[in-house]
Structures are given as C-alpha cells and as structure tokens.
Write a protein that binds this ligand. Sequence first.
Ligand SMILES: Nc1ncnc2c1ncn2[C@@H]1O[C@H](COP(=O)(O)OP(=O)(O)OP(=O)(O)O)[C@@H](O)[C@H]1O
Ligand SMILES: Cc1ncc(C[n+]2csc(CCOP(=O)(O)O)c2C)c(N)n1
Ligand SMILES: [Mg+2]
Length: 309
Amino acid sequence: MNPFSKSRRESVGALGEEKLIAAIRRWLGRTSPRAPFGIGDDCAVLAPSRGPQLITVDPVIYPRHFNDHVPPRAVGAKLLRRNLSDLAAMGGRPTAAVLALTLDARVSRRWLEAFYRGLAACARLYRVPIVGGDIAQADGMVGASLTLLGEATGPRTLTRTGARLGDAIYVTGVLGGSLRSGHHYSFTPRLKEGAWLARRPEVRAMMDLSDGLAKDIHALTPPRGVAALEPATLPRRSGANLRAALTEGEDYELVFAVAAQADAAHFERAWRHAFPRTRLTRVGRFVRVGALPATAIDLADYHGYEHLR
Ligand SMILES: Nc1ncnc2c1ncn2[C@@H]1O[C@H](COP(=O)(O)OP(=O)(O)OP(=O)(O)O)[C@@H](O)[C@H]1O
Ligand SMILES: Cc1ncc(C[n+]2csc(CCOP(=O)(O)O)c2C)c(N)n1
Ligand SMILES: [Mg+2]
C-alpha cells in the first residue's frame, strides 16, 4: 500500500496533531500505559531498573526500508523487530519504547492506523510498552524512528569486542534474499537465542547482521586479525548466491565468536537441544592478517549495505 492518500479528507493533515495523538493512543490500546507512565505527559516515567540498561534506536523510512509492496502493519512490526534484533545481539530483553514520527501531511490515515496496529500487535507479543513519542511534519517524508530501552537477561551483556585469533565464527539462520523473500519485515528477532548465548562462557563476542556479513564481520574481528570465511559453509536462503548472502543485508541473524579452546561439538549439541529449529552454522574462524587460507573468501571483493554512498 502507498502511504500517501489521494483524498485530503483521509490524510493525517485533515486530522491535525492533537487528534492524531488521540487516535494513536486508541490504536496502541493496552500497549500504551496511562500517563505519566505512558503517553500524555512531557516525559514518560519509568520504574528504576535492577541492573545495567541497554538502549538502541533505528528508523524505518520510505522508500529506504519499505516500499508500496510492504503492508503497513508489517512496516510497524518491522520497526520494532529491527530494534529488538539489536537488543538480542547483546543478550538483552526489551523494557520500553518511544517512537518519533516524521510525516508529510498527505500521509493516509488508513496507512498510519495499520502501521500502528501492526506495531501494537508486535509490542504485545514481545511485551514492550510504547510509552511515548513525537510527531513532526516534513514534506515528502514518511518515517518513524523507534528508541528501544532494555536490560540484560543475565549476568553478562555480550559486546562486539572480545573475539581472539583462532576463534570460530558462527551464524544463525540463513543469509541473503531478505528483500525478495519478505524476510526483511517478517523475521523473528533472535531474542531467546541471544539471551542463551550471553550465558555461554565460550561465546566471546556477538552482533546482529543488518548490513551484510561481509561488512558487519569487520566489527567482530580482533586486532591484527581477518575473518577466514569458507564459502561452501555459508548458509544461504534458497535462491541466494554467495554474493547475495554476503552483501544484501537485513538478515537480522546473529553472528558470534566461540573460543578456539572450547569444545565445539559440545557447544553445538547444547544449541541443538535448546533451539532444535534454529539453524546454526560454523562459517569460519579469525586468523592473523596475511594468514588467510587459499580457500577462504577475500572480503575486499564484497561490500555490504552502506547509507550515504
Ligand atoms: N548519528 C549517530 N550518532 C551517534 N551515534 C551513532 C550514530 N549513528 C550510529 N551511531 C552509533 O554507532 C555504532 C554503530 O552503529 P550502526 O548503525 O552501524 O549499528 P548497527 O547495529 O550495525 O546498525 P543498524 O542496527 O542500524 O543496522 C552504534 O553504537 C551506534 O549507536
Ligand atoms: C524498498 C527497499 N529497498 C531496499 C531495502 C534494503 N535495505 C534497506 S536498509 C538496508 C540495510 C539495513 O539498514 P540500516 O543500516 O538502516 O539498519 C537494506 C539492505 C529495503 N528493505 N527496502
Ligand atoms: Mg545491530
């Protein structure tokens, strides 16, 4: 569905900011607590947290992250899922979210209602209260940015730093073909898997894959190291070739390093027991710069997704 309305009556401009906020409260229903704990005051008031908090922000912008082929309900769900994927990458769980809308006055009310109903359904599923937001007008824009707050699920928050030379590289799920298959809006963020991995001492570092493994893996690579990815092992979505799996992005899978000394067979058995339906693949290891095996992928030949280029 196209987010712009042909009829002025059906546009958000005919409603105005105040009535739109009242409508948004209705659309969100129980996912929005009462003020001052939810929508309605200058800030939302949150309960003190038990431990360290996590915070992340990501938008969906037309036509960068969705187009007319993506149902508006799915756009709302994608916005929350993208942020949940970042929380999953550190072994966290969500606690609250705020959402900033940037809209052209010609945006369709029907489109926006479906967007919010999709977001609300996803927020109920993952128990994320939507505690506030903002509306600003910008000609030609249809965008929403969600800030997600969370907390660690256990004693450890996994970061991108900590992998060492020799460590094995694992990915969850399959890669590539996200846009073509609709995975980019229908995926399930790996929250359970991320929480489980953060409790495993042999897992040294982790991140989620949004811009393509070829680009994102650099953030996990230890100093003086390089990722030796074995092309035959890469788990590809059906129809995706090696380049697609490495560069297309929006996989929203987890990539992580397992200590070289760890018992890999034991770790993989424990994974299969915990997540019998989530594919786990060892795709290579970190080696010293200059020691890349002849069979490994030369990452200089592949580029992931980069904004502003
Ligand atoms: N405009 C900005 N201002 C401040 N920090 C930023 C900005 N953009 C990105 N960062 C920070 O840079 C780091 C890397 O950001 P990046 O967006 O690449 O993360 P990512 O998880 O790979 O992306 P995404 O979740 O959007 O796919 C993060 O710590 C992020 O908070
Ligand atoms: C209509 C349309 N065109 C292209 C794409 C592909 N795409 C958009 S953003 C992105 C990288 C991650 O974004 P970010 O870095 O903002 O997290 C990718 C792979 C899409 N989903 N929809
Ligand atoms: Mg991320």
